[in-house]
Write a protein that binds this ligand. Structure first.
Ligand code: SF4
Ligand code: SF4
Length: 363
């Protein structure tokens, strides 16, 4: 296969995932930076579900002594995922997200390569990738979790408390730098004022990242401290929109993060699922300080008419407006059941997104 053909074929292969990789000149440039021709030749034969080296020898036709070192090298580069912790390592191709759009940025190191990638990814997001994530399917792949202590509802366990329980149940925790904020900074579009080392990962994904120098290991307490600090900074917790064990918690802002900027700047409505809650403001007690209006990441609060008012259609139920209200006038209440979005089992969610995008899953 010619060099030109193999990168085209790789783009096509990557585009068969729930979050795919629509082909544009920027995507091809990104692939050429990340994959040598030899690696791209192998990548088009790799699955998106993990397989042992023996199974991959059968699948690719390569001898183990050639294949295994190449897979290890590609894992180190952040284009192949190595699943550790079992009897033997297993490998799969990394998609765009969670995957090779993030791996070069997770270590938080500015290099000529990450600067070049940042410019390409920012353009690719505007031209094609925002639409790929939030415009081609009704079912969002990620979901907002309201911040700590913001809920006025009476159920015993809040979504945030459930998230904390899920964090405590994870076997391994790690933190990396936020690729969205670093892409913005390295591309020359300006430094985001928020912290960057708050991209939380868990389980086998976290092990892979730490083993390959992309993240640092945390304890559960350190992980919860980062969540708390993110609350204080007014960041929005975003995690997978499914019932599986968590593998990632993003702490997003409207200045840089792909999910919020895709909604706000590009109008892609299904970048993420809002939480099943909505902000409520007691107008009798509001002292019109304007803090909530400033903090709301999606501009759902306005004080143009006196006390603060919430546009319930815009509100994503993140709770960021809640903790800093000086008159304790804000609470989050559950949305009516008819407006609540279900959280599906992971397989069902993936198949639903694939069907909505008209794609067949390639194992
Ligand atoms: S933060 Fe509280 S007091 Fe200030 S405008 Fe918002 S609701 Fe009113
Ligand atoms: S009003 Fe804004 S800050 Fe408050 S919960 Fe809704 S989206 Fe979040």
């Amino acid at each position: 296969m010619s060099k030109h053909e193999v990168y085209d074929q790789l783009a096509e292969h990557l585009n068969s995932m729930p979050i795919g990789a629509p082909k544009t000149p920027e995507l091809i440039e990104i692939l050429k930076i990340l994959y040598t021709k030899e690696e791209a030749d192998l990548a088009v034969k790799l699955p998106f579900l993990p397989m042992t080296v023996d199974a991959l020898v059968d699948r690719t036709g390569m001898a183990e002594k050639m294949l295994k070192p190449m897979l290890d090298r590609m894992a180190k580069k952040g284009i192949v995922f190595e699943q550790l912790g079992g009897d033997e390592p297993m490998y799969r191709l990394l998609p765009t997200v969670v995957g090779f759009s993030e791996t070069p940025f997770w270590p938080g190191k500015r290099t000529p390569e990450t600067e070049k990638l940042a410019v390409l990814w920012r353009k690719y997001a505007r031209d094609a990738f925002f639409h790929e994530i939030g415009g081609l399917s009704e079912t969002p792949l990620v979901r907002v979790i309201p911040v700590q202590e913001s809920l006025s509802e009476t159920r015993k366990v809040s979504p945030y408390e459930k998230l904390v329980e899920k964090v405590k149940e994870t076997s391994y925790q790690a933190v990396a730098h936020c690729p969205c904020r670093l892409m913005r900074e390295y591309s020359g579009d300006g430094k985001c004022e928020h912290s960057t080392e708050n991209c939380l990962h868990f389980g086998s994904l976290a092990r892979y990242m730490v083993a390959n120098g992309m993240a640092r290991e945390l304890t559960v307490d350190e992980t919860l401290a980062i969540l708390k600090k993110s609350n204080e900074e007014g960041l929005v917790h975003v995690t997978g929109n499914h019932q599986a064990e968590i593998d990632t918690i993003c702490n997003c802002c409207a200045d840089a993060c792909i999910f919020l900027t895709g909604l706000l700047a590009m109008g892609e409505k299904n970048m993420f699922a809002r939480s099943n809650f909505v902000s409520q403001i007691n107008q009798e007690t509001c002292v019109e300080c304007g803090t909530c209006e400033e903090r709301c990441p999606v501009k759902a609060i306005s004080l143009s008419d006196g006390p603060a008012r919430v546009d319930e259609d815009k509100c994503i139920g993140c709770g960021v407006c809640f903790p800093t209200c000086p008159s304790e006038s804000i609470s989050l209440a559950p949305r009516p059941e008819t407006e609540q979005l279900p959280v599906l089992p992971p397989g069902e969610m993936v198949m639903k997104v694939m069907a909505e995008k008209g794609r067949a899953f390639k194992f």
